[in-house]
Ligand binder design. Sequence first.
Ligand code: ATP
Ligand code: MG
Length: 422
Amino acid sequence: MRQSQLFTKTSKTAPKDEKAVNAKLLIRAGFVRKMSAGIYAYLPLGWRVIQKIANIVREEMNAIGGEELLMPTLVAKEYWEKSKRWDNDVVYKTEESSAIGHQSSYGLGWTHEEVITYLATHFINSYKDLPAVRHGLPLAVYQIQNKFRNEPRAKNGLLRGREFLMKDLYSFHIDKADLDQYYEQVTGAYKKVFQRLSLDTKITEAAGGAFTQEYTHEFQVLSPAGEDEIFYCAKCDFSQNKEIFQGKAGDKCQKCGDNIQQSNAIEVGNVFKLGTRYSEAFDLRVTNKEGKKDLVVMGSYGIGITRAMATLVEVYNDDKGIVWPEAVAPFKVHLIALGGKEKSKIEKEADKVYNQLEKAGVEVLYDDRDVSAGEKLGDADLLGMPYRAVISEKTGDKIELKRRNKDGVQSVSVTELLKLLK
Ligand code: ATP
Ligand code: MG
């Protein structure tokens, strides 16, 4: 893509009302723009990052038997009433409008247990409709969709939006043992997702809420920007949310005896055993082998897609800008032509390299704008592509290649460049 044709421009300063690093950098670089508190537009560069994150999540959900679907965003009041969640503070509600002849109210979808459980009642009737996870055949569906929540404190940039993109997966089981087995599989898939995203997560025990004695598990990324606080062991995998941890930093780990540490953390995902809470509300049952009706056992599993993007920016940045990990960068390489006295010759050369990279299938952002060298190099650092390739009077017939996350440059030929980036 030619940078001269990009919809967005960079800006030197961030809006004054943004305090969070993620929002400041993403706005300055032109990846997102704030519309209202907690509501952002995802601009072309930001949308490329989101698509990459979403595709990684999609691949790993498909790999554990998840089937993708899309549920409605407008969810009628009657569904929320069945589960007694209509009066939850986060629900955005539409007004009843008798003037135009209908009396319905809707809540904007903030999570979809109600919708999926209602849908499942049409397709899950017999124990035969619930294939055993141990045979590698789970019944699980997911979507990647915007969620709406009237969050009281939307002050942390994209980490806490009022409208945000989430992946939500739901699974259906004949019994608790089957759910437990799938829960482990989803946990494994989540580990792969976050590894691929270059996000180091602590799998953290948290309270399961009003309906269960069991823990749920949160995937937490250590960061001062995080709104959660966790207590974890640096040596073993022990980690608990502050909400349930009894003790303090410096205590001995109950698993291995090492020292417990405390940190702020960002919850990028969670896995949750719902049990029969929603199957009871919607009377989702299967006939068992004896001909009796059993409640279906369910699980629900979320990943914050836009929150993951914000987390990446919080973790990977320096004083010059964003430093995207390769798997999610909007483009792999930022190609820059620095004109100088031999402007037209250099531009011609850069055009050629750009076409070769495109032809080779390398994702390249080509800065062909008529602006100063300082502006081009500054923008390359701000936007944060993993590689920067400069063609200038100085480079001769070579290209100066630099990695965004490393100091020092390398002088390479076009052939070497193609080989390195393919
Ligand atoms: P939190 O404790 O941060 O409010 P939650 O427990 O409400 O999160 P879930 O309802 O389980 O979260 O949602 C699943 C995932 O969606 C979370 O793990 C998080 O990554 C993401 N998420 C939740 N709320 C928001 C939000 N307001 N903005 C962006 N992402 C969010
Ligand atoms: Mg919440």
